[in-house]
Design a binder for this molecule. Structure first.
Ligand code: GLY
Length: 352
């Protein structure tokens, strides 16, 4: 997989002009959703480098991450004169960068694309690392390709207008990066006050977070080994997310991941020796920041089924990423049904 350029930009117009010059193209397309069209596009309206761009807009939120939306983007690219030398600019959150990246990577067998993430989740996770795709057949990110953006331009000024829930959602992935990296970064993340945001400090933490993800993706772009570290909290998190969706009480991805990390840190304590005190400190932060996800023991079966169907598994064994310490990553771990039930008991007792 090609190396991806990730720029932490202080001057978006300058960074974008440079990126567009580097990636020669005959036509430029900007993809937004209804939300970023309204709130983010105006911030780039006077950029000279975007003067001749064609615009494509799709519906906002994960419900539009579909084959129909993808077909709409392909059609717009074709109808508006896109060629294999055209360039796509994805301006939005993870849904736009995932779907736009997939549309670009498949149109005319693949055109280049640039991501400008506008949410915290997209800045520290979705837009970096080349995973693209759509939901299909009721499953999240079921169809897609690994295909890196030519450039990812991160401007944290977009975060100033983001609501608390979306900041907290992205912050869960940052906390995950803290847990898989080192104690100093983990501790500074637990110290950060999400209710009274210091944007300068947040920018520094975002920069560290992105570098942690880049480093891991650089070692294992196609997720054969160490990239599985980025799945910490996601095996249980996806099960919570799916159950919540099925029951008509959906939660933002990062919230589910944070609650999933509570469970997977418990498993880490009992199976790979993660220190209990560090688990308690992390759990306290998660409870204070994200509240809890309510379920009872009658839902254990369903949660277990969701974990069994996770696409990270092989041979029907549920695959976990656990920790022996902060930064001591243990990929390809499994757990028995009894351990998983104990884990869910622990979650309810601690977070209840
Ligand atoms: N979101 C996890 C990864 O990019 O591998």
């Amino acid at each position: 997989m090609d190396k991806q350029e990730v720029i932490l930009s202080q001057d978006l117009e300058k960074s974008l002009t440079k990126a567009l010059e580097k990636n020669r193209h005959d036509k430029l397309f900007i993809l937004t959703d209804e939300c970023t069209q309204q709130y983010c596009l105006p911030l780039t309206n006077n950029f000279c480098c975007l003067a001749n761009a064609e615009h494509i807009t799709i519906g906002a939120t994960d419900t539009h991450k579909t084959i129909e939306t993808l077909a709409h983007v392909w059609k717009q690219l074709g109808d508006k004169g896109g060629t294999r030398h055209s360039l796509m600019l994805n301006l939005g959150g993870g849904m736009v960068t995932d779907l736009g990246g997939f549309a670009a990577s498949t149109f005319k067998r693949g055109i280049a694309y640039i991501n400008i993430p506008t949410t915290l989740l997209a800045m520290v996770d979705a837009s970096v690392g080349g995973k693209t795709g759509i939901n299909f057949n009721g499953l999240k990110n079921e169809v897609g390709v690994f295909s890196p953006a030519r450039s990812v331009l991160i401007d944290t000024d977009f975060l100033r207008t983001l609501d608390y829930e979306n900041v907290a959602s992205g912050y869960a992935e940052m906390l995950k990066h803290g847990l898989i990296s080192n104690t100093t970064h983990w501790a500074e993340l637990l110290d950060f006050d999400l209710h009274d945001i210091d944007y300068k400090l947040l920018q520094e933490l975002v920069a560290k977070s992105v570098r942690i993800k880049e480093d891991i993706v650089g070692q294992d772009p196609l997720e054969h080994g160490i990239r599985k570290a980025l799945n910490l909290g996601h095996t249980v998190g996806h099960a919570f997310e799916s159950l919540a969706l099925e029951e008509g009480r959906p939660h933002l991805h990062g919230y589910a991941v944070a609650w999933g990390m509570v469970c997977e840190l418990y498993l880490s304590c009992i199976k790979t020796g993660f220190p209990q005190e560090k688990m308690r400190q992390t759990v306290r932060f998660i409870r204070d920041t994200y509240g809890t996800f309510a379920f009872d023991c009658k839902q254990y079966d369903r949660l277990y089924q969701f974990m069994t169907h996770d696409k990270k598994n092989s041979s029907g064994i549920i695959n976990f990423t656990l920790l022996g310490e902060v930064g001591d990553i243990r990929i390809n771990q499994s757990a028995t049904r009894k351990e998983i039930e104990e884990m869910l008991d622990f979650y309810r007792e601690t977070m209840g």
